[in-house]
Design a protein around this ligand. Structure first.
Ligand SMILES: *[C@@H]1O[C@H](CO)[C@@H](O)[C@H](O)[C@H]1NC(C)=O
Ligand SMILES: *[C@@H]1O[C@H](CO)[C@@H](O)[C@H](O)[C@H]1NC(C)=O
Ligand SMILES: *[C@@H]1O[C@H](CO)[C@@H](O)[C@H](O)[C@H]1NC(C)=O
Ligand SMILES: *[C@@H]1O[C@H](CO)[C@@H](O)[C@H](O)[C@H]1NC(C)=O
Ligand SMILES: *[C@@H]1O[C@H](CO)[C@@H](O)[C@H](O)[C@H]1NC(C)=O
Ligand SMILES: *[C@@H]1O[C@H](CO)[C@@H](O)[C@H](O)[C@H]1NC(C)=O
Ligand SMILES: *[C@@H]1O[C@H](CO)[C@@H](O)[C@H](O)[C@H]1NC(C)=O
Ligand SMILES: *[C@@H]1O[C@H](CO)[C@@H](O)[C@H](O)[C@H]1NC(C)=O
Ligand SMILES: *[C@@H]1O[C@H](CO)[C@@H](O)[C@H](O)[C@H]1NC(C)=O
Length: 888
């Protein structure tokens, strides 16, 4: 551009620095291919890229921030701040501030208008906030936390939720959410368990897939995070190193990511903070380029997490920190495949132009990263529709889209479907609506949201807490006593709580863990879960345990509700309370949802998305441990309620088995299983096998059952998970009716990563697979202490016969039901063994003899009793030599 014209322009566009607005290039681009909606996306990408300067490219690769142009205290607009931001950090910007919705929508509109009208090439931005359980903007709908979503085992509900989150986002111009997580809850001390969809790769994959589909059908980009191998940090400490190898990465950590990223077509990914096997994931070429791009064929972009790039120098010590070696950071992350740098750190990617100019960084690397993001923008239609028209209509437009009745109703439904009934002794639940109820505990009159909610959202007047939900549902008398503070050992509130229980028919005690909103969490206010809030113990803190005990000791039937972001280990409560409910962190309708279940308006159908250990010392307790893990030695120890110690060896005074296994949960109905079949007994890797079962509900109430299909690689050439969930269906079975359930299982999902790290379906010994359907939902009648998982011994031989008939093996328990595995017996023709003693009582019941007439709930020791709940396994054999090294 001639200099007189440049001078003129810089006068005309006072707030726009000349370098970001080039009139000649803008005019040249007037009819450019990239602006043509009907041109092929790849042509548009190439055309636009060819018109960009290195500064414009760099600006696409660094995250901007809304606060650059909107004062988030006063809403005063800063035009030069906007111009500066878009010159340097134009690809995407963050808007998740606790401010009025209209400030956000107006600030977004100004930014996108500026980008489209006042920059040379007019490239619209991704507008970003958080959204793992609701749009992170004030007064948007808050759903329960992801750990709870997964307990619903209902991917359709997750998609419906995501659809609503997308609608609320679009209403404000937000078009990208930092969600979902495809991480696994493999380390329960870690504070972020609540953000995950649980411990299992298949369940997590299906939930994350549904979330991605839901938001992206709503024209909002998902961001699948945290890529990858993040959520089992050393000592459970946030962002700590993760130990594992390539086989574990591929077998366990990556499948849910591939499902959410590739199968669902996610437009973006966020890398994780940690190192895995000594490599920071944001500098891991093998992970982000060789696997993600070359093997999986991923076409879109990947961003670092907030401040994560600086960690290369300042946490991992892979470069100098003070001052930070920005060039080194850039050279580690960008060529490895981390395309975009999020804020929260030193904005190291600003060095890109210098590195290119000096020949240290190939322009092709920069171009590839920019292309990936532009491709996503074109595919999403951002150039044609940079912001929704509703934005031009201010708050009026948004109020009809955000926090609608439909959204609130779905929040309640999803919450109720996620509640897991763990114990229901003597069918104390559901409660009668005219019962007089004492509602007790520091979480009863409290809105217990998980992390990733906006500042002060706990106080939204539309929230419903447990006390309000119970009051709203019952015609009986409700009394309330807090009993104690959640953070205190002070028991001075106990007498009031005990009196409330004594004066009522039944007590409901709500205790658990707590988190904080995003602001309070990072201010460091007390909490027991959430990001950067990790624990060394999973017991109730402070006076909460003693409060539960004091209420149980009144002799009134006591229903204990754990509201928490992770498992709570107080096994004595399972036996001593009349009933036990697990409500993982609720959403804004959590109190109504809890009441729906307590009073039987909703028959509980949630199943645990994560195993519950007896004690933190038994971690990890995920069910899909590798063969040889967990031990089949029944030599467990115990501390009996009377104080007697029984010394075992695995463990000395405890058991390595979980108290409640993944997939466990009770119902007010009961179900029987029959006619288990698979469609074929010899398969090849490209086959899809249909597994079928008939579910009967002989009870008098309609109920939903989650039918879980597991696959076992019986003879494998490397060490594989002992059993893996590969399919599930949640079905409504009306009282007295029978429903046939089919699930399609892709054999492609059964492969193992062999000695040479190739995906294989048949090894030197052949691969013999068993397909099983596991009952999980029946109430424990009498505990069955036997710590010995037994697997289909009659079916499998080392010869791996080609055909296992799909016959019924009535009377054989081929696989223990995935409930309290600790109590599992294997029934052979109805003969029951005699079993040793053990106890679940971690908390000595000092008050056991204190009171006459105290109800004593069955304790989990004594002689076993037959269970008729075992279902047969049917098995098949992959009889092909075929193996594939890459998934299609
Ligand atoms: C762009 O196309 C329009 C209509 O096709 C035409 O009028 C205009 O002159 C073109 N502009 C440029 C810069 O080529
Ligand atoms: C926002 O405005 C307030 C009040 O004028 C001022 O104190 C504050 O510094 C401003 N914030 C920023 C980031 O400019
Ligand atoms: C942006 O462009 C529009 C349309 O050309 C113009 O009216 C407006 O003044 C410009 N705004 C800025 C901040 O340059
Ligand atoms: C939420 O709504 C209430 C009134 O309903 C309002 O006072 C408050 O400012 C809103 N909060 C945000 C962050 O928009
Ligand atoms: C805003 O929306 C309302 C209700 O849909 C409509 O009546 C009004 O005309 C719109 N205003 C503008 C400026 O578009
Ligand atoms: C729009 O908002 C104004 C002011 O809040 C209110 O008076 C008006 O009724 C609203 N209009 C609609 C269509 O909601
Ligand atoms: C109380 O329960 C009824 C019926 O379940 C429901 O329609 C209503 O919204 C609830 N009230 C509140 C304040 O949540
Ligand atoms: C915990 O935080 C609350 C504020 O939410 C505060 O009132 C209380 O004193 C704190 N307790 C402890 C023990 O830190
Ligand atoms: C304590 O309880 C266990 C298990 O019931 C029993 O075997 C043992 O004999 C009891 N010991 C005493 C001293 O009562």
């Amino acid at each position: 551009m001639p200099s007189p014209m440049r001078a003129l322009l810089s006068i005309l566009l006072v707030v726009t620095p000349a370098s970001s607005y080039d009139l000649v290039r803008r005019q040249n681009a007037a009819n450019a291919t990239y602006k043509n909606p009907s041109a092929p996306v790849e042509d548009r990408v190439a055309d636009l890229l060819s018109r960009m300067t290195i500064e414009e490219k760099t600006a696409q690769l660094i995250q901007g921030d809304f606060s650059s142009w909107v004062n988030t205290t006063t809403n005063v607009f800063n035009a030069s701040g906007l111009a500066w931001n878009m010159e340097n950090r134009a690809g995407q910007f963050y808007v998740g501030y606790p401010i009025d919705q209209s400030w956000i929508s107006e600030g977004v509109r100004k930014a996108q208008e500026y980008l489209v009208q006042n920059t040379t090439l007019g490239i619209p931005a991704f507008v970003q906030t958080e959204g793992i359980h609701g749009l992170l903007v004030g007064n948007a709908t808050i759903f329960n936390s992801p750990i709870a979503h997964a307990c619903s085992w209902d991917p359709e509900l997750i998609e419906e939720m995501a659809d609503i989150i997308a609608k609320e986002s679009r209403a404000l111009g937000v078009n990208q959410l930092f969600a979902p997580l495809a991480d696994l809850a493999r380390e329960l001390r870690f504070g972020r368990v609540e953000e995950t969809f649980g411990e299992d790769p298949h369940l997590v994959g299906e939930m994350a897939y549904s979330y991605v589909k839901g938001v992206q059908n709503g024209k909002v980009s998902a961001t699948v995070k945290h890529f990858a191998g993040f959520s089992a940090p050393e000592q459970g400490l946030n962002t700590g190193p993760v130990h594992g190898g390539e086989r574990e990465l591929r077998t366990t950590w990556l499948p849910p990511f591939k499902r959410a990223i590739i199968d669902a077509g996610a437009y973006s990914i966020m890398s994780s903070y940690n190192s895995y096997d000594g490599i920071p994931t944001i500098a891991d070429y093998h992970l982000m380029t060789e696997i993600l791009r070359e093997e999986w064929g991923y076409q879109y972009w990947l961003t670092s997490d907030a401040g994560a790039t600086d960690r290369l120098c300042c946490s991992f010590n892979m470069c100098a920190c003070k001052p930070i070696d920005m060039e080194a950071v850039t050279m580690y992350a960008l060529p490895a495949g981390n395309d975009v740098e999020m804020g929260g750190g030193s904005y190291n990617f600003a060095k890109i132009p210098k590195l290119v100019e000096e020949g240290k960084l190939a322009i092709e690397v920069v171009d590839t990263a920019v292309e990936r993001q532009l491709r996503a923008k074109f595919e999403m239609g951002l150039f044609e529709n940079p912001y929704p028209p509703v934005l031009t209509n201010g708050t009026n437009g948004t109020s009809s889209q955000i926090h609608t009745q439909e959204a609130v109703a779905l929040a309640r439904k999803l919450d109720a479907e996620s509640i897991v009934l763990l114990e229901n002794h003597d069918n104390v639940l559901p409660l009668k609506k005219d019962a007089s109820i004492a509602v007790i505990g520091p979480m009863a009159d409290f809105v217990n949201f998980g992390d990733y909610v906006v500042y002060r959202s706990q106080y939204n007047p539309t929230n419903v807490n447990p006390l309000q939900g119970i009051r709203n549902a019952t015609s009986g008398k409700v009394t309330y006593a807090q009993g104690c503070e959640r953070w205190s050992t002070d028991e001075s509130g106990f007498p009031e709580a005990v009196a409330a229980a004594e004066g009522a028919d039944v007590a409901v005690v709500v205790v658990g863990t707590w988190s904080r909103d995003q602001q309070e969490l990072w201010q460091g206010l007390n909490a027991t879960t959430g990001e950067h809030v990790d624990v060394s113990d999973l017991k109730l803190v402070g006076a909460m345990g003693p409060l539960v005990e004091a209420i149980i000791d009144t002799g009134k039937p006591t229903i204990v509700v754990f509201q928490s972001g992770k498992p709570v280990t107080e096994p004595w409560i399972s036996d001593s309370a009349a009933a036990l409910i697990q409500q993982f962190y609720p959403g804004e309708q959590g109190g109504n949802a809890l009441a729906d279940v307590l009073f039987g308006d909703v028959n509980p159908s949630g199943k645990l998305s994560v195993s519950v250990p007896y004690d933190v010392g038994a971690l990890p307790v995920f069910y899909d441990y590798l063969n040889s893990g967990r031990g089949t030695d029944p030599d467990i120890g115990a501390v009996f309620p009377n104080g007697t110690l029984k010394f075992g060896h695995r463990y000395v005074l405890d058991s390595p088995q979980p108290l409640y296994e993944f997939g466990y949960g009770l119902s007010y109905s009961n179900f029987t299983y029959s006619n288990v079949t698979v469609s074929q007994s010899t398969v090849s890797p490209s086959d899809t096998v249909t597994a079928s079962v008939s579910i009967t509900n002989p009870s008098s109430v309609d109920g939903k059952e989650v039918v879980q299909f597991y696959v076992q690689d019986v003879i494998a050439s490397v060490v594989v998970p002992n059993i893996q969930l590969k399919g599930f269906r949640k079905v409504l079975v009306k009282a007295g009716e029978t429903v046939d359930v089919d699930v399609e299982l892709k054999v492609q999902d059964w492969g193992l990563w062999d000695l040479r790290m190739k995906l294989q379906f048949s090894g030197p010994q052949g691969e013999c697979y068993g397909v099983g359907i596991v009952r999980t939902s029946r109430r424990r009648e009498k505990p069955m202490p036997r710590d010995r998982p037994l697997y289909s011994p009659v079916l499998i031989t080392s010869q791996c016969p080609l055909v296992y008939a799909t016959q019924s093996f009535e009377g054989f328990c081929m696989k223990p039901p995935l409930r309290k595995r600790r109590y599992v017996v294997c029934i052979e023709h109805g003969t029951i063994g005699n079993f040793g003693l053990f106890s679940t009582n971690k908390r000595p019941q000092k008050s056991l003899k204190k009171k006459e007439g105290r109800p004593v709930w069955p304790h989990p020791f004594g002689h076993g009793q037959g269970l008729s709940m075992c279902v047969p396994w049917v098995s098949g054999h992959v009889n092909t030599e075929e193996s594939v090294s890459k998934l299609p």
